[in-house]
Design a binder for this molecule. Structure first.
Ligand code: SF4
Ligand code: SF4
Length: 439
């Protein structure tokens, strides 16, 4: 989840008109700095300061002409974005005001584990899923969650598992999310995608669907993801890609060192719409397979290699920025910590809500069967704990602090046992005038 939510959106699975009840393209929610406006077409939350937010809200009725040339320019820009209609009125759904001084009113993206079980048992699986109890999240809990997210103006849900397609009622359970206009992203291991299931998936307006592949050959992939998984995942990918633009997500392990070009070419041949590379992280089963965790140096070299391959590749290739959260966090958050509990949260297949699944079950805040998501987001102990972190001198002295904020809390916790420490994948450089001198 490192780097989530992504501003580098993979080619969209769906461009069909939204469900009639889904409402306008834009959704406005008030925040302590002003407002966030979500664009369901671009999947971006755009922040506005207080003055701009009041201007937008004043356009809900009886708009008057702007008093200054600057105001007229701003209005014209908003009209081009579609936030203001041709008649000068706000063209966004405005959600109830839940703004608070010390946090966002709600997450920007919710990561939803639909089923705990999986037909594979990948060595690096961050949820330690595998064959065994299915642990499928009840459709009724999902329906309530989607309805609440719509009310909160949290418009993105990223569905994974375990293997989400093992959930026997997954697609009907997701239909309310589509009807409400939420952008739903799905990551699957692809091995269960039959022609029939591919047809059913293709009928739904997912924002994007991606298949996990961790190597360009059965030998390389199956070493990590299990015997026989490569052939079936590739088949599933090709079935999906024949119907809609489908991405590939590759988890980078030492097994991929020197093999990226093969993977890129495989994705192109299979008809994938994009390839996103992310590092295996110290969580779940990877905690007992430390040999599958890449070094920072190897991952950075792989990211550079991907940039080089982009020049000859026909599909977009993505990787997280070198400095954690360089492109994602600074625009709305000014505190130590990562996106966990500040911009995003996770829901497990048993309905537990936590700031980030990678932090492990000790960070579960409570269950959706007893609480609303907003109650847990607002007052859940793990959430307030992460928001009260102070950080450390090294990060305060670093010129990347404003957007990095200390980096991934799961990696810092695993490496040091201390949530206030820096991400071990650190890119420290002195801030101008910083007093701390590091060796
Ligand atoms: S010191 Fe490292 S972890 Fe801390 S803000 Fe700088 S780059 Fe990020
Ligand atoms: S702890 Fe933070 S940075 Fe790390 S995976 Fe979770 S949300 Fe992402």
């Amino acid at each position: 989840m490192s780097g989530a939510p992504s501003r580098a959106i993979v080619p969209a699975w769906d461009h069909t008109p939204r469900a009639p009840g889904a409402g306008p393209r834009h959704v406005l929610r008030r925040e302590y700095f002003g407002a966030l406006v979500y664009d369901r077409e671009t999947c971006e939350y755009v922040p506005y300061d207080r003055e701009a937010a009041s201007f937008l809200l004043s356009r809900r009725e009886a708009p008057v002409a702007p008093a200054s040339p600057a105001g007229a320019g701003f209005l014209a820009a908003l009209e081009r974005e579609g936030v203001i209609s041709g008649s000068g009125r706000l063209a966004a759904r405005v959600v109830a005001d839940r703004s608070a001084d010390d946090r966002l009113s709600a997450p920007l993206t919710v990561y939803l584990g639909a089923a705990q079980g999986c037909n594979l048992a990948c060595g690096h699986c961050s949820t330690a899923s595998g064959p065994g109890p299915l642990g499928a999240l009840e459709p009724e809990v999902m329906r309530r969650l989607f309805s609440e997210l719509h009310d909160l103006g949290c418009m993105q849900v990223h569905v994974s598992g375990g293997e989400p397609l093992l959930h026997p009622e997954l697609l009907p359970a997701l239909d309310p999310a589509f009807e409400l206009g939420l952008n739903v992203l799905l990551t699957t291991n692809g091995t269960l995608v039959t022609e029939e299931l591919a047809d059913e998936l293709a009928k739904r307006p997912f924002r994007c669907v991606s298949v996990s592949l961790d190597g360009a050959s059965a030998r390389a992939n199956d070493l990590v993801r299990g015997a026989g998984s490569f052939a079936r995942a590739l088949e599933g990918l090709e079935r999906l890609a024949r119907r809609r633009p489908t991405g590939v997500t590759a988890t980078f392990t030492p097994a991929l060192v020197g093999k990226l070009e093969d993977l890129v070419r495989l994705c192109e041949r299979a008809g994938a719409a994009s390839l996103s590379l992310r590092p295996a992280l110290p969580a779940g089963r990877a905690l007992s397979r430390l040999d599958l965790l890449p070094s920072q140096g190897d991952f950075e070299a792989a990211a550079r290699e991907l940039d080089r391959l982009q020049e000859s590749s026909s599909i977009p290739l993505f990787h997280p920025p070198e400095v954690p959260h360089q492109e994602t966090k600074a625009f709305v958050l000014e505190r130590f910590g990562c996106v966990a509990g500040n911009l995003v949260c996770s829901v497990t297949p048993s309905g537990q809500v936590s700031p980030c699944a990678l932090l492990g079950p000790s960070f579960d805040a409570g269950s959706l069967r007893e609480h609303t998501l907003h109650e847990l987001w607002e007052r859940g102990r793990p959430f307030t704990r992460l928001r009260l972190l102070e950080g450390n001198e090294k990060c305060w002295s670093c010129r990347h602090y404003d957007h990095c904020g200390g980096g991934c809390r799961a990696r810092a916790l695993h490496a040091t046992g201390d949530l206030d420490e820096s991400d071990p994948w650190c890119k420290w450089e002195p801030r101008e005038g910083a007093l701390l001198v590091l060796p």
